[in-house]
Design a protein around this ligand. Structure first.
Ligand code: NAP
Length: 481
């Protein structure tokens, strides 16, 4: 094991050295060089789409339709980041002209510029084999910021990761760029992952995955002699509040919409709605019944890995075993032996939910917990008990009332994205997007891992004081690299 680890550590040293060496060139490369790379990667992904999707389907069971859509999204976001690079987002300056006189009114000439942080260790996510893997959002935003990347592939789709990295190597060669711009660490052990995060050549880490794995690596990043930023997305229960107004036209349509969201991708979405808050009245009961019916009609596909399948079973059993929790939709007998799990629905009351932290944990799979609440005040208490979440969804809160304002405030306090309609699964890639939230949704709540603001994670501001024009121009990304 030790020899195996030593060999892996040596490969990490090699990949990190390549990324470090390439950083000097790539960090100073022009906007044109960076955007051409991002566009070249998007084109190459699309050219090999059929072959890549077939491998991805074999390794993840996510299905060709979903995977084709995800590949298209990945190419779209690579091009979107290229557009932001061309527009100068990663090279923007803020300029304060000199003001003669004594401080505080008087001041020197200051220009705030952005510099790339340096090589980023990027941990691929299991549940987005394209959009959050080798050439996914974390890689694209780091490259847009001028950072080289060291990819740690996810063991759930190893062959796809190798193929996509080979494609990236080809694009780098064709464009005359150093191979270390996108370095790759294959088949790393857990010790190796910690070693990578602790590596002196690594300047930041991007991670999407479990709470346990994320916390282990976050600790490693902070235990370094020189701690580095760790951008981790670690899990979320995404509460969805169903207010009485949302059921005014009946319960069947909203129940069907919600059931489709809970089971989308077999529930393996970080934004999957896991806690459903409904009123403890006749309409709430009708809705709970319709949701159980709609869920029972769903046929999820197999989960990403056997470990996740097992993890889902344990998480669901753990929720079911808590005092005060009833099972609204149980799995059929021997379901745990099937690769594709049957959906589950549990129910509890507000007081039980608030008092028991075990009920605030994510069930990664097609399951949700209904929390019945008496009134507005109890709804606020339930949201207040939830830790950070990627999303909170409010159904039926369109009217401008004091109660809806209080609810919106409570939702914004715990979530990175608050929806006033629709379902949280499906995250648009655009400038206004925010995918993060207070711990544990994100280890850095002021940042996003989806959308173009994700670039900011990998930029470090520097103020140039009374600088000559050449020093300011050198950071504008318009010089030929
Ligand atoms: P994971 O177990 O956290 O693994 C993600 C990455 O971190 C892998 O590359 C893994 O490497 C590494 N890793 C995990 N634990 C580590 C540790 N203790 N020390 C060092 N490296 C470690 O996530 P996953 O495999 O994607 O899924 C497992 C569970 O995570 C799921 O069942 C689900 O509960 C949760 N999950 C949540 C989200 C979300 O967005 N909320 C997304 C995906 C998964 P190796 O596996 O190679 O060791």
């Amino acid at each position: 094991m030790q020899t195996e680890n030593n060999a892996t550590f040596a490969r990490i040293d090699e990949a990190a050295a390549l990324a470090h060496e390439a950083q000097a060139f790539y960090g100073a490369a022009s906007r044109a060089v960076r955007s051409a790379l991002l566009r070249g990667l998007a084109d190459a992904l699309e050219r090999d789409a059929a072959q890549l999707v077939a491998i991805a389907d074999e390794e993840t069971s996510l299905g060709a339709a979903r995977l084709n859509g995800e590949l298209a999204r990945t190419a779209f976001q690579l091009r979107g980041f290229a557009e932001r690079v061309e527009a100068g987002i990663a090279n923007r300056h803020v300029d304060d002209a000199a003001v003669p006189g004594a401080p505080p009114a008087g001041r020197p000439h200051l220009t705030r510029v952005q510099l790339p942080l340096g090589p980023v260790a990027m941990f691929s996510a299991s549940n987005f084999p394209f959009a959050f893997s080798v050439l996914g959002g974390d890689t694209a935003s780091a490259l847009a910021a001028g950072c080289t990347v060291i990819v740690k592939p996810h063991p759930g789709h190893p062959e796809l990761s190798r193929r996509v990295h080979a494609l990236a190597e080809r694009v780098l060669r064709e464009q005359g760029l150093p191979e270390g711009v996108i370095a790759f660490v294959d088949q790393a052990s857990r010790e190796a992952a910690v070693y990578l995060v602790g590596h002196a050549d690594v300047a930041a880490v991007a991670f999407t995955g479990s709470y346990q794995g994320g916390v282990a690596l976050w600790r490693a990043a902070n235990a370094r002699r020189r701690p580095i930023p760790f951008y981790g997305e670690l899990g979320s229960i995404n509460p969805l509040v169903v207010l009485p107004h949302a059921l005014a036209d009946g319960v069947d349509t909203p129940a069907a919409t919600l059931a489709a969201s809970i089971t989308m991708g077999c529930g393996q979405f970080c934004t999957s709605p896991g806690v459903i808050v409904v009123r403890d009245d006749a309409d709430g009961e009708r809705f709970a019944h319709a949701l159980a019916q709609a869920l029972s009609a769903q046929k999820p596909h197999a989960m990403l890995t056997a470990a996740m399948r097992h993890g889902f079973e344990s998480a669901a059993a753990h929720i079911a075993s808590q005092a005060g929790v009833s099972v609204r939709l149980a799995a059929p007998a021997h379901d745990e032996e099937a690769a594709a799990p049957a959906p589950r629905l549990f129910e509890t009351d507000a007081q039980t939910f608030i008092a028991n932290a075990a009920l605030h944990e994510e069930m990664f799979g097609p399951a949700a917990l209904i929390v019945k609440v008496r009134d507005e005040a109890q709804t606020l208490d339930v949201l207040g008990a939830v830790e950070g979440s990627l999303t909170v969804t409010l159904w039926g809160a369109q009217a401008d009332t004091p109660a809806n304002r209080a609810l919106a405030t409570a939702a914004q306090r715990i979530a990175g994205r608050v929806l006033f309609g629709g379902v949280p699964t499906g995250v648009a890639v655009c400038d206004a997007q925010q995918h993060g939230g207070p711990w544990p949704a994100s280890t850095q709540p002021h940042t996003t891992s989806v959308g173009y603001a994700a670039i900011e994670r990998f930029l470090r501001p520097v103020a140039l004081q009374d600088a000559p024009q050449w020093a300011i121009a050198a950071t504008s990304g318009t010089a030929t690299a």
